[in-house]
Design a protein. Structure first.
Length: 253
């Protein structure tokens, strides 16, 4: 496209990609989205080396990493802001963004895919979310045939081992406790308004609540021993409320 709009390269189902989408939508930035099929050549090229999705083409810049994307969007569109104006609140919000990036997002992915490793059919449906009909059908066949290779690749890249998964379960439970500690009964994690801290927690932990506000048609929520183990935690109600009250409509065109 030559219309100058930002272009987001994404996995529709991914929690880190949702973080970038939410920021674009929150700021009302018109943009285009390209949903990449996992394992296809374009995906392998975009995520080569230490690269990963989401990637945002913003003017002449190609920005990798959801945190860097949000920082660039804050510079481009200052209102509405995701970074608080108060210096101390801004410090706290950015600290929490980093905390959930490092102590929630990767762990959510690890636990989720570990629990799906025995259900190849569901994993195919989930990973082909938002793909065109023909590509979705081809992708299901490719993922079915190539699942052993895909699983070895993901295990090596993301540390899918039983020991790592158990640590991730503990990390996720601690992240829920951190939410409750930080908000201290209030509607937001920092101050009196929605910030990057709330966005990050809600986007990265979305598989715990499978929100109806998610913009793409996901398959029904899978059975999850981990989610069952934390069911009733008050932070889950908070996550659902943030999705219900703060997730704007899509600004994609």
């Amino acid at each position: 496209m030559s219309d100058g709009l930002p272009v987001l390269w994404q996995y529709s189902f991914s929690n880190y990609n949702e973080k970038a989408r939410w920021a674009l939508d929150f700021k009302g930035i018109r943009h285009r989205r390209h949903s990449v099929m996992p394992g296809w050549p374009r995906n392998l090229w975009l995520s080569r080396g230490d690269r990963t999705l989401p990637l945002l083409d913003l003017g002449a810049r190609r920005i990798m990493d959801s945190t860097r994307i949000i920082a660039a969007l804050e510079e481009r569109v200052t209102d509405p802001a995701l970074y608080p104006a108060d210096p101390e609140e801004r410090r706290r919000a950015l600290e929490l963004e980093d905390f959930f990036d490092e102590h929630a997002g990767h762990d959510m992915r690890r636990v989720g895919f570990w629990e799906l490793r025995e259900d190849v059919r569901y994993a195919r449906d989930f990973r082909t979310t938002d793909q065109p009909r023909v590509a979705r059908a081809i992708g299901r066949v490719v993922l079915r045939v190539g699942f052993p290779f895909v699983w070895r690749y993901m295990s090596a890249r993301y540390g899918f081992t039983e020991e790592a998964v158990e640590r991730s379960r503990e990390t996720l439970a601690a992240a829920l406790d951190r939410i409750e500690s930080e908000r201290d009964g209030g509607p937001y994690l920092v101050g009196d308004s929605f910030t990057v801290a709330d966005l990050t927690a809600a986007a990265l932990l979305y598989p715990m609540v499978w929100p109806p506000e998610f913009q793409y048609r996901l398959p029904p929520a899978p059975a999850s021993a981990f989610v069952d183990s934390v069911r009733g935690h008050p932070a889950l109600d908070w996550l659902s409320e943030i999705w219900r009250n703060c997730r704007p409509v899509s600004a994609a065109v």
